[in-house]
Design a protein around this ligand. Structure first.
Ligand code: SF4
Length: 396
């Protein structure tokens, strides 16, 4: 395998390119999603959690939600697909249903007009009938975090160290009783990398709409544990591919779906559209109204050299105004250099398109870096597993 290029100084052409033009070459003008962090608090205390503020009870004031709604109205004024509002990190339901409903209210005219679509990522332990009614009333799509059957879910515990498994299943049962579709996301650490079939059988048995598999990463305050290596993750993805092949009626696995889309576009000649797709700036709005760009994981991170990645505050500026100035931020410019470096030196770039900003920073301390444990375990390993599978199928 070709080694990705180390971080290089910017090329002459990149240096000559005006910063705004360079930003627009890589980053979309209009976000497809806006992440809202209505509280950093979480009622669980998973051992791999990256959130430094998960024990602090912050609550997003109504004015912040109103400011975001005004911003999204401005962003969607010219039409286009709805903006996905993702309520995430720590546990959004820990806010309480009444407060959550108050924060949803400013978006209601936009939702009714088809200009926003809500989604919540939850540990499901607090879901009850009244939450389901709220999700139904506001068309909230639900994503549940669960790491597999009881033994594989052992690191999802509450603050007293008690397993959350039964409470998560109770929440999922309640969603099902109310006919609410949901997706699941599982964190796959070294412990459960060797049991993908048991993991996938279990997740499919929950009746979910889709499955996301997040190989454990080093980010935020989760930096001490060893993350899975390339060899292990190639084997993991090969078994996930085989499982998926053997279970055509099972819920789709998000990562395989993405690879499938890429291969389809390559086959039918529409791959230029894949290559033209620019990165979503993913504005992430903290309870205070502060906005970080590129990676939600950067929110709540102390980084004096980057002013804690603050791009602005929605109480002072609209998201459109913040994004119009994003090319001036040093960490954004560094990320663009990282993308140029990836394109110049990595054989996986065609598929990957440069992957996540946050992982570069958390692993290397700079956004100009290229290869990360995340891109090895998820982008590269998936491609290598698919290539191995194809080779074996052809040889058989
Ligand atoms: S982020 Fe993607 S393009 Fe960059 S080194 Fe990793 S796999 Fe290659």
């Amino acid at each position: 395998m070709q080694e990705p290029a180390p971080a290089q100084p910017e090329t002459c052409s990149a240096l000559l390119e005006p910063p705004r033009a360079r930003y627009r070459r890589w980053i979309a003008d209009r976000p497809r999603q806006v992440v809202l962090q209505p509280t950093t608090f979480c009622n669980l205390d998973c051992s791999y959690c990256y959130l430094p503020g998960r024990g602090v009870k912050t609550t997003m004031p109504l004015q912040v939600a109103e400011a975001v709604a005004r911003s999204v109205a401005e962003l969607t004024d010219a039409g286009g697909p709805p903006v996905r509002i993702i309520w995430h990190a720590g546990e959004p339901l820990a806010l309480g249903r009444t407060r959550f409903a108050e924060l949803l209210a400013p978006f209601e005219p936009l939702r009714a007009a088809g200009r926003v679509q809500h989604a919540v990522q939850t540990n499901a332990t607090l879901i009850n009938r009244r939450w389901c009614d709220l999700f139904t009333a506001h068309g909230v799509r639900v994503g549940v975090s669960i790491d597999g059957p009881r033994a594989l879910n052992a690191r999802r515990v509450d603050r007293a160290g008690r397993p959350a498994f039964d409470r998560i299943l109770r929440g999922i049962d309640t969603l099902r009783e109310h006919g609410l579709p949901f997706s699941v996301i599982s964190v796959v650490g070294r412990e459960n990398l060797n049991a993908p079939e048991a993991l996938l059988d279990f997740l499919a048995s929950l009746g979910c709409r889709s499955i996301g598999l997040n190989i454990e990463e080093q980010e935020g305050v989760n930096t001490s544990r060893a993350t899975p290596d390339l060899h292990d993750t190639v084997g993991f993805w090969a078994r996930v591919l085989a499982w998926s092949h053997a279970h055509p009626d099972a819920p789709p696995v998000r990562e395989l779906d993405r690879l499938g889309t890429y291969l389809r576009m390559t086959r039918d000649g529409t791959r230029p559209q894949w290559e033209d797709a620019r990165h979503d700036p993913i504005p992430t709005v903290a309870a205070s109204g502060d906005v970080v760009l590129l990676s939600p994981e950067l929110a709540d991170t102390t980084a004096p050299a980057h002013d804690d990645f603050r791009a602005g505050n929605v109480l002072q500026q609209s998201l459109a105004a913040i994004l119009a100035d994003a090319h001036r931020l040093r960490y954004v410019a560094e990320f663009l250099t990282g993308l140029d470096n990836c394109r110049a030196g990595c054989e996986f770039f065609d598929f990957c398109r440069g992957s996540q900003a946050g992982n570069r920073y958390f692993e290397h301390g700079t956004f100009t870096a290229t290869e990360t444990a995340y891109c090895r375990s998820t982008e590269q390993a998936l491609v290598l597993a698919a290539a191995d599978t194809t080779r074996k199928d052809t040889a058989a």
